[in-house]
Ligand binder design. Structure first.
Ligand code: ADP
Length: 348
């Protein structure tokens, strides 16, 4: 699952950052400590040498290294500095190697630990999705028989007028429930099943979606303009058709009578860029970051006069685009309209 892999890498990076900060801090302390110690040892040795306190061994070293040079304090000081620089380099190299080993080990261990930490969460989420799919499935059968019974009762014509009206409302509620269940099933299959990718023509997906929503658009006198060529790409034709249906459906739903929806497709490097722009009621900027969340709806009163939804359409749209390794973004201006921009890679 992509999201879990990304989270795992993110947690790993945090773990490594923490471990490496501690390691680098310790290395700096060790470096300062060791070099400080060496420096003070050398200083003490020099003082002792000046006092002629039996520095034979040091004299010997100096004489061996510079056999023609008389052993003076300056000569020894030069030698000390040379040794000190060598020690510095050695310690730095050693600390670098140690830190590199810590980096590699901590990355591996962190990656494993992050995986272990996320495993139960991944399981719970999978379980939840399975539950939603199963529950939706189980609800479908009784709802279908309920719908049939209500329809039969209404059609029989034997019911008093007020009861008939009540049954009509019940039928609308059952239809709404059916729609919600279909959407939940769609969403859970999008999340759990691997999409079936094949070569397809984007125009075909757009035109099928257009045919599906045409009667809604005509009803509301919303015109839909499509500007695309036969662009070929690799993807899942069913889910891409669903994606355009959702965007058209929303465009119609949130447009006033006589509104316009423009869909334009243009290739850009290795991508297809699809822009769906409507002249609808628009979305307040503060809500934009949430509209792709599941069950998120902005003030339902905005749509009271038209068909309402469940806040699942855009989360499905986002999932479909992500399954195609693309991305979807939105910009909007209140009362002016909304624009969705989708980028789909041509090759998967
Ligand atoms: P819904 O079923 O409520 O339409 P969606 O997930 O499709 O659910 O959309 C989430 C919310 O984003 C909607 O409640 C609506 O307020 C807003 N929205 C989506 N598309 C548009 C649009 N084209 N114009 C204005 N608002 C939109």
């Amino acid at each position: 699952m992509k999201v879990f892999e990304l989270t795992r890498i993110r947690i790993t990076l945090w773990y490594v950052l923490i471990v490496m900060s501690i390691s680098v801090m310790f290395s700096a302390v060790i470096y300062r400590g060791v070099i400080g110690n060496i420096e003070s040892s050398f200083k003490n040795a020099e003082i002792r040498f000046e006092k002629n306190e039996g520095m034979m061994s040091l004299r010997k070293i100096a004489e061996v290294k510079n056999s023609n040079v008389e052993v003076t304090r300056e000569v020894l000081h030069g030698l000390f500095l040379e040794e000190l620089n060598n020690s510095r380099k050695n310690i730095l190299f050693l600390l670098l190697v140690v830190n590199l080993v810590i980096l590699i080990l901590s990355s591996l261990v962190s990656y494993l630990l992050a995986g272990k930490t996320l495993l139960p969460i991944e399981e719970i989420i999978k379980e939840q999705k399975r539950f939603i799919a199963d529950a939706s499935h189980e609800l479908k059968t009784p709802l279908t028989s309920l719908k049939t019974s209500i329809e039969v009762s209404i059609r029989s014509g034997k019911l008093p007028k007020d009861i008939q009206k009540l049954f009509q409302y019940n039928l609308e509620d059952v239809d709404a429930l059916n729609e919600l269940i279909d959407k939940l099933l769609n969403l859970s299959s999008l999340e759990s099943k691997e999409p079936v990718f094949d070569h397809l023509d984007i125009k075909e997906a757009i035109e099928t979606a257009f045919r599906r929503v045409k009667y809604l658009a005509d009803e509301k006198k919303v015109s839909i303009n499509i500007d695309t060529k036969n662009y070929q790409l690799v993807g899942d034709i069913f889910s891409l058709t669903e994606l355009f249906t959702i965007l058209f459906d929303n465009g119609i739903k949130y447009c006033k009578q006589g509104g316009v929806i423009d869909l334009k497709v243009k290739p850009c490097k290795n991508h297809l860029v699809i822009i769906v722009r409507d002249t609808g009621i628009g979305i307040n900027k503060k809500y934009l970051p949430n509209i792709f969340d599941r069950f998120y709806r902005i003030d339902s009163s905005r749509t009271s006069s038209t068909k309402s939804g469940y806040g699942l359409g855009l989360s499905m749209a986002k999932k479909i685009v992500e399954n195609h390794n693309g991305n979807i973004s939105v910009s909007s201006e209140i009362t002016k309209g909304t624009t969705f921009t989708i980028k789909l890679p041509l090759k998967q």
